[in-house]
Design a binder for this molecule. Structure first.
Ligand SMILES: [Zn+2]
Length: 310
């Protein structure tokens, strides 16, 4: 079964006038969900308890955000706004991923897509950045391990930007394999090939930087040569995807040239791995993607494969 997690509060988080990370992105995605039969759509999510947010974020940072509630469009960094509903949206975005993790552990071949805002993979332990407030996928991964659902979690981050926050959350942690494909050099500046983890986590961070202009062929090679063998070696209990759709050739923010079909191809490869290693458990979490047509088409093929690929 494929569950999609959404909540009306995600539309109320405002990033500011003209900001690419707009609520319309999620409206478009939910329209796509309405066009696919067989999805189990959850329209209301529970906020994450603060103790799970604190698996990744410092209490001082969470308390700081709680103190900002009511401020209008307070900027956490030049790109990242905190509006009156952002606190509630952020707690529920993390809560949605936790619910999705529980769902995929509840039955064989359960899969989930979290249609959430704000996105998460740039958020660091002590600060929001790059449109992100809480690191939703990192919180979900840490929850799965902390609660004893999973001994090992693999995260594949195909957003065009490097997920600095997720990398740093698990940089010394051998239980989480973090793999990122991203345009490099580019925002946020991290994610070079030689960032591979530290101490016990050495080797459990894999960065696959791509020069601008790279496309399906370069990504396919990275999957075949690096990603698929690494996940086969790691044998995760849960596979998570930081699903940004901004590496598409029509996305306005970056210069990677993926086709819509390649999002289907990547999804198929990861479903096959999840079936091989972890009873088909996949939790995909929305990150970026800023061209509305591309977002609709790419999310559609991603969901159709998650729903139907056996
Ligand atoms: Zn991105």
């Amino acid at each position: 079964m494929l569950a999609v997690y959404n909540d009306p509060i995600f539309l109320k988080h405002q990033a500011g006038p003209g900001h690419p990370e707009s609520p319309i992105r999620l409206e478009v995605i939910m329209r796509v969900c309405g066009s696919i039969s067989g999805l189990h759509v959850i329209h209301q999510c529970q906020p994450s308890p603060q103790e799970y947010i604190e698996l990744i974020h410092k209490r001082e940072y969470v308390d700081y955000l709680k103190g900002l509630k009511g401020d209008y469009l307070y900027m956490l960094d030049p790109d990242t706004a905190f509006s009156p509903f952002s606190l509630e949206a952020s707690f529920k975005a993390a809560g949605a991923v936790i619910e999705a993790v529980c769902f995929v552990f509840s039955a064989e071949n359960n899969r989930a897509f979290c249609a959430v805002r704000p996105p998460g993979h740039h958020a660091e332990s002590d600060r929001g950045m790059g449109f992100c407030i809480f690191n939703n996928i990192a919180i979900g991964s840490a929850y799965a391990i902390n609660e004893g659902l999973a001994n090992k979690v693999a995260i594949v981050d195909w957003d065009v930007h490097h997920g600095n926050g997720t990398q740093h959350a698990f940089y010394t942690e051998p239980k989480v394999l973090y793999i990122s494909l991203h345009q490099y050099p580019y925002y946020p500046g991290t994610g070079s090939f030689d960032e591979t983890g530290e101490a016990e986590g050495k080797g459990f961070t894999i960065n696959l930087p791509m020069v601008a202009g790279s496309g399906d062929e370069e990504y396919r090679q990275a999957f075949n040569d690096k990603i698929l063998p690494a996940i086969d070696d790691f044998k995760p209990d849960l596979l998570m995807i930081s699903a940004g759709f901004d590496a598409h050739r029509n996305d306005p923010l970056a210069g990677i040239e993926l086709s819509t079909d390649f999002y289907a191809e990547m999804t198929k490869m990861l479903v096959d791995l999840a079936k091989k290693h972890c009873h088909g458990r996949i939790v995909s979490v929305l990150e970026g993607g800023y061209d509305l047509n591309v977002l609709a088409d790419s999310v559609k093929v991603h969901l159709e494969i998650l729903l139907n690929h056996e």
